[in-house]
Design a protein around this ligand. Structure first.
Ligand code: A3P
Length: 354
């Protein structure tokens, strides 16, 4: 019972709200026309670049970004920060299981969006879709879009595709961040399929056009290299673990052990074996708690249930899609962007090793 003689604990001072430092710079002219042609949802709303990298979103997204910038961060929270299609979902499952001491039953009782707060989903979704969800009857989509992070039990698991400079400024000094990247050629192919899967791309958007948009950063949540290189520069921060998709492909068990060490966990050999089995593509793609199948039944998606979010899970699939000209453009872009950074990518792994 509380001791009436004792003074009650003072409430912590509310932290000062930080202004989000960047205003939208509307996309105009040819850049807007190219993007609006490819992504019909944004035709009416327009598009804008935010911040030093020109992160592409809707012009009215600033209040949302300010909210995300002020997200409370506590020691013990874990953020999975990635660009789309780099292995986000794979990493989320890996991190969640390790942090929850290999609670495989728990992982099969909650969908991924109930285990992780998807930080910016509301602010980067076209207004028309957002309003449909707000006014609709689908509780899962409403939960994902509108439940505040504060309604979740701590510690918080957060997923975000925002670049680090748009995350709360004290993130890295407070919580743990797991960042995963994948070679941009495979990301480009995977993203192209993803945007068609959820009808975000115009049906007639060709891969040829998409490659140019991808390189020029004219796809929502891009540009690619500023996002990756900002995280790469932080790779030695004690709270940052920088992973490569291709390393997980080549040595999943070894990389699970790396993540465990980073999280301060000591799984047994048997648990490591079980994790590697559980996280293998052949199993994860059929795991309904992780594989995004639920979205086909949600108000969020107009996705085709016959197309799969967990598509191929390969390294080097780009070779099945790129023409020599597309490959030339991609290679030249990568060389220019990577020069002097110390970062390089594995572009292919022999079939028998993946
Ligand atoms: P593909 O479209 O190339 O198949 P994200 O979660 O960041 O959106 O990334 C999705 C990509 O990661 C998809 O790539 C998906 O198949 C792949 N992926 C997910 N789980 C995987 C696993 N266990 N092994 C290999 N690839 C996986």
């Amino acid at each position: 019972m509380a001791d009436p003689a004792r003074e009650p604990e003072p409430e912590p001072e509310p932290e000062e709200r930080l202004p989000f430092p960047w205003d939208p710079v509307p996309l105009a002219g040819e850049r807007l026309a190219r993007m609006a042609g490819a992504f019909p949802d944004y035709r009416e709303e327009g598009l804008a670049g935010f911040g030093p990298s020109g992160y592409v979103a809707m012009p009215d997204s600033k209040p949302f970004f300010e909210e995300y910038y002020n997200t409370p961060v506590h020691p013990g929270d874990i953020w999975v920060v990635t660009l789309p299609k780099c292995g986000t979902t794979w990493t989320q499952e890996l991190v969640w299981l390790l942090q929850n001491d290999c609670d495989f039953e728990g992982a099969k009782s909650m969908l991924m969006p109930d285990r992780y707060h998807f930080l910016e989903i509301t602010g980067v979704t076209a207004r028309s879709v957002r309003e449909k969800i707000r006014d609709g009857e689908d509780p899962l989509s409403r939960r994902i879009f509108f439940d505040p992070i504060e309604s979740r039990p701590r510690p918080w698991f957060v997923k975000t595709h925002l670049p680090l400079h748009m995350c709360p400024p004290k993130l890295l000094d407070t919580a743990k961040v797991v960042y995963i990247v994948r070679n941009p050629k495979d990301v480009c192919i995977s993203y192209y399929h993803h945007l068609h899967l959820y009808n975000e791309a115009a049906a007639d958007l060709t891969l040829e056009t998409f490659v140019d948009l991808f390189i020029d950063g004219l796809v929502t949540q891009l540009p690619f290299f500023p996002h990756v290189l900002e995280a790469w520069r932080q790779r030695h921060h004690p709270n940052m673990l920088f992973l490569f998709f291709e390393d997980l492909k080549k040595d999943l068990r070894g990389n699970i052990a790396r993540v465990a060490e980073f999280l301060g966990k000591t799984p047994t050999d048997e648990q490591l074996d079980k994790l590697a089995e559980h996280l293998h593509f052949s199993n994860l793609k059929n795991n309904p708690w992780v594989n995004w199948e639920w979205i086909a039944k949600s108000a969020w998606s107009t996705g085709d249930p016959n197309k799969k979010f967990m598509r191929k899970g390969k390294t080097g699939d780009w070779k099945n899609h790129f023409t020599p000209e597309m490959d030339r453009k991609m290679t030249g872009w990568m060389e220019r962007e990577l020069e002097g950074t110390g970062l390089s990518f594995v572009l292919d792994i022999p079939e028998e090793q993946q």
